[in-house]
Design a protein around this ligand. Structure first.
Ligand code: C2E
Ligand code: MG
Ligand code: MG
Ligand code: MG
Length: 288
């Protein structure tokens, strides 16, 4: 037994858990130097129109090219970066790199009007410098504001005070698009939602996963499809775009199209890839 978290609270000592905690803090300690050494890289995943199949946007997804551990996904380090506060600096790097890459695509393929979508952590969105940072990144990259979308989760949108962030209106005033990420998994206050300057809802993967079309067997399968139906109608009533995350099968894409979902993202339409692969895809579309 070990005494934990102050007076009167006891926790079972778990050697596996403390080994994991040590590994976590070792990784956390390496994050700032890794950022300075340029060990973070971006992958971009297509977001595709379900009606025409055209790539309308890409989501920037960060990875850590760790010298010993290989390419690490964000689930290994984003949480750590949020806990240590490094997320503000890491997030700014992601934003700069993504806007830089998007401006290169725009110069080569102006007609594609490809939007780049960047995740904002709660701590970043809550940071008093966020509006200036975004404005500065747009100015120095040259990317038009309407080609940048920022993704925030429901809890990030609501901020720590339980009120929607004031920064959202200032960000929207810059002309950037705002999307709610993983929509449906958090606590969404619809009364607030309708007053927010948002442009897009991204339906969380688990709802999409439950869409099985003709193969729907369980009550839960049918329920997921009805939830997606309801969320798409809600989004459209609020004049928002809807993107379905984690689209993996043709059946899911077909059902989502039938439910009037606007865009889809997931393995079916392409895995996250380096920037040059996005350029190659744009070049292919132009040639066709
Ligand atoms: P997210 O923003 O919801 O991103 C979508 C995740 O779904 C990505 O995971 C993507 O690789 C994964 N995915 C893609 N296709 C499929 C599919 O067909 N099926 C399923 N089930 N999943 C698919 P990833 O890249 O591991 O990123 C995980 C999360 O890490 C992201 O979830 C986002 O919340 C966070 N993240 C990634 N990059 C950043 C960043 O630059 N800043 C911040 N703050 N968070 C980031
Ligand atoms: Mg996202
Ligand atoms: Mg998401
Ligand atoms: Mg997420």
């Amino acid at each position: 037994w070990a005494k934990a978290e102050g007076r009167g609270r006891w926790a079972v000592y778990d050697p596996e858990r403390s080994a994991r905690d040590i590994a976590r803090s070792a990784l956390a300690a390496k994050l700032p130097a890794a950022l300075d050494r340029g060990e973070f890289v971006l992958r971009y995943q297509p977001i595709v129109s379900l009606l025409e199949g055209r790539m309308l946007a890409v989501e920037a997804l960060v990875r850590w090219q760790h010298p010993e551990l290989g390419l690490l996904g964000p689930d290994r380090f984003i949480g750590l970066a949020e806990e240590t506060g490094l997320i503000v600096r890491l997030g700014e790097w992601v934003l700069r790199q993504a806007c830089h890459d998007a401006e290169q695509w725009r110069r080569r393929f102006p007609d594609a009007r490809l939007v780049v979508s960047v995740n904002l952590a709660a701590r970043q969105a809550d940071d008093p410098t966020i509006v200036d940072t975004v404005a500065d990144v747009l100015a120095s990259s040259g990317l038009p504001a309407e080609l940048l979308q920022l993704e925030l989760t429901e809890s990030a949108v609501m901020g720590t005070a339980g009120e929607p962030l004031r920064a959202l209106h200032q960000l929207a005033a810059l002309g950037v698009r705002l999307a709610i990420d993983d929509f449906g998994t958090g606590y969404s206050n619809l009364a607030y939602l309708r007053r927010l300057p948002i442009h897009c809802l991204k339906l969380a993967g688990p709802f999409v996963e439950g869409i099985r079309g003709e193969d729907a067997v369980t009550v839960a399968d049918h329920r997921d499809e009805r939830i997606v139906d309801a969320l798409v109608r809600l989004a459209h009533a609020l004049e928002l775009w809807v993107t379905a995350e984690a689209v993996e099968t043709g059946v899911q894409a077909e059902r989502l199209r039938a439910l009037r979902c606007d865009t889809g993202q997931g393995r079916l339409f392409g895995a996250p890839v380096p920037a040059d692969r996005i350029a190659a895809r744009l070049a292919g579309t132009e040639a066709a």
